[in-house]
Design a protein around this ligand. Structure first.
Ligand code: SAH
Ligand code: SF4
Ligand code: F3S
Length: 460
């Protein structure tokens, strides 16, 4: 039954072999990378390839990678190395590395992993079909314009939620960050193109779209900005929830919050990476805002939507971060009281400005700061989660509760993940009354389904 012998003899045979060939994609990194993996799947499926259910059934293995921190690179590279015996046993298998690591490492990646057939940077996914077939090599040219319009991804896998990239790249060059070097300059898609993709998703029954950009508030289609794009997407029938990621505090127009407030379909959720609570460190990071200007944005946002769900990213151990700087971070975390935070130890990256900064902070100090930050934030997240008790929320069901298949999980318009004590189909929106909170997770029972006459379910 194996289809691994993809020997190309004649065009006819080659086409039929190609029809049967199966691909498997392993994805690391951010939401944009998940989107890109869907994009590659879409291109390959259009060419007649099929998805393999597991890696050992695959003729083509693609590892879509992230290089934002050293740890992410090591993890992806050791996964690739683990495929070497597979390739040795069956040299017909084609293995490729895609995404941010190839873009950063280029030739040196193939020198390190010579059994790899091809590597593709984030602007070169259109080559995936020929690489899957028989083209070997390195494809890492940045493209001036966006080239993926015709491959609207089918976004399978996460139903009823889908990512939609609305722009790619980043012009900011924060001093620690590799992304501008791996993703190139900012490029926005056209609004027509985006709406076309969201329409396809809606026809397939998707209910939630998350608009993606490294710096999504810089979205600009010939002068039309993110609020305008959002106003178009809210009109697409069938799409009930719309979110967007990631906003940059230095380029955050408050009109975005106005439309968030006025449109019930737009999620009351803002991810606004702070990175550090010290203005001295923010300057070294080249973030273009200060501690007080960040606090002022949060105040303005909360004046408009007081219970908005706020999340952030924090880096500890950036070169030059003193105990006082770190204390300022802890202070602002407590003051703002974020609903959630992603927290990292600074990782020096090649090409970036901060890579040349003197880094005198010891490993143990960095670890200790991260532990302390996580401890403080966990308490805050727990406290904020407890406040959900007694609320009645509209929950979009996104799947089964993996810990108990008789229960479902879903998400509120405030981006809060909730357990619902009943089996409900994915994509349904139900009114849930929260009567318990375990750790960070509110747990509820059905109050009513959409369209139902409001009913309170009585349970024994
Ligand atoms: N575009 C987004 C974030 C992209 S990377 C923004 O500007 O906010 C996601 C997060 O990874 C960043 O917010 C930052 O907190 C973290 N990060 C990026 N480079 C890093 C590095 N060199 N070391 C540690 N964390 C890093
Ligand atoms: Fe990286 Fe800064 Fe761009 Fe975010 S805004 S992707 S942190 S350079
Ligand atoms: Fe990683 Fe590239 Fe995303 S470096 S965070 S996969 S843009």
């Amino acid at each position: 039954m194996s289809t691994k012998s993809k020997t190309i003899v004649s065009t006819e045979q080659s086409q039929s072999a190609q029809k049967q060939a199966k691909f498997y994609i392993i994805t690391y990194g951010c939401q944009m990378n998940s989107y890109d993996s869907q994009l590659m799947s879409s291109i390959l499926e259009k060419e007649g390839y099929h998805r393999a259910q597991s890696i050992d059934q695959a003729d083509i293995i693609i590892i879509n990678t992230c290089s934002v921190r050293e740890h992410a690179v090591n993890r992806a590279i050791s996964r690739v190395e683990s495929l070497k015996p597979l390739k040795k046993k069956n040299p017909q298998i084609r293995i490729g590395i895609t995404g941010c690591i190839p873009q950063q490492m280029k030739n040196s990646l193939l020198e390190k992993l010579p059994f790899i057939d091809f590597i593709l940077g984030p602007d070169n996914f259109q080559e995936i079909a020929s690489c899957a077939k028989d083209t070997n090599g390195i494809f890492t040219d940045f493209k001036e314009s966006l080239i993926y319009s015709k491959y609207a991804p089918p976004a399978r896998g996460n139903f009823p939620e889908a990512f939609v990239a609305v722009m790619r790249g980043c012009n900011n060059f924060c001093s620690y960050c590799v992304v501008p070097y791996t993703r190139g300059k900012e490029k926005s898609r056209s609004i027509d193109d985006i709406c076309h993709e969201v329409n396809i998703l809606s026809k397939k029954g998707y209910k939630r779209v998350i608009l993606l950009g490294q710096n999504v508030n810089n979205f600009n289609d010939t002068g039309k900005r993110l609020p305008y794009l959002l106003s178009k997407i809210v009109r697409i029938k069938g799409i009930e929830r719309i979110g967007f990621l990631t906003s940059h505090p230095a380029y955050f127009p408050l009109e975005t919050i106005d439309i968030m407030k006025d449109e019930p379909k737009i999620e009351k959720f803002l991810h606004l990476p702070l990175q550090s609570g010290s203005s001295k460190i923010l300057k070294l990071m080249k973030r273009n805002y200060t501690k007080s200007s960040y606090i002022s944005i949060i105040e303005k946002v909360r004046n408009k939507i007081d219970d908005i769900f706020l999340s952030t990213d924090i880096i500890v151990g950036f070169p030059g971060e003193s105990e006082d700087d770190f204390s300022e971070t802890i202070e602002i975390i407590k003051k703002i009281s974020f609903d959630s935070a992603y927290m990292f130890i600074y990782s020096p990256r090649r090409f970036t400005l901060a890579n040349s900064f003197n880094d005198f902070i010891g490993k143990e100090v960095k670890n200790q700061r991260l532990r302390e930050l996580i401890r403080v934030q966990s308490e805050i997240t727990k406290k904020k989660s407890k406040a959900y008790k007694g609320k009645i929320l509209d929950i979009l069901i996104t799947g089964k509760n993996k810990k108990n298949y008789l229960e479902s999980i879903g998400i509120s318009v405030y981006n809060k993940i909730v357990v619902v004590k009943e089996q409900i189909n994915k994509g349904e929106i139900v009114k849930v009354s929260i009567n318990d909170v375990k750790g960070w997770t509110p747990i509820g029972e059905i109050f009513s389904r959409k369209g139902d006459i409001k009913r309170k379910k009585v349970r024994n």
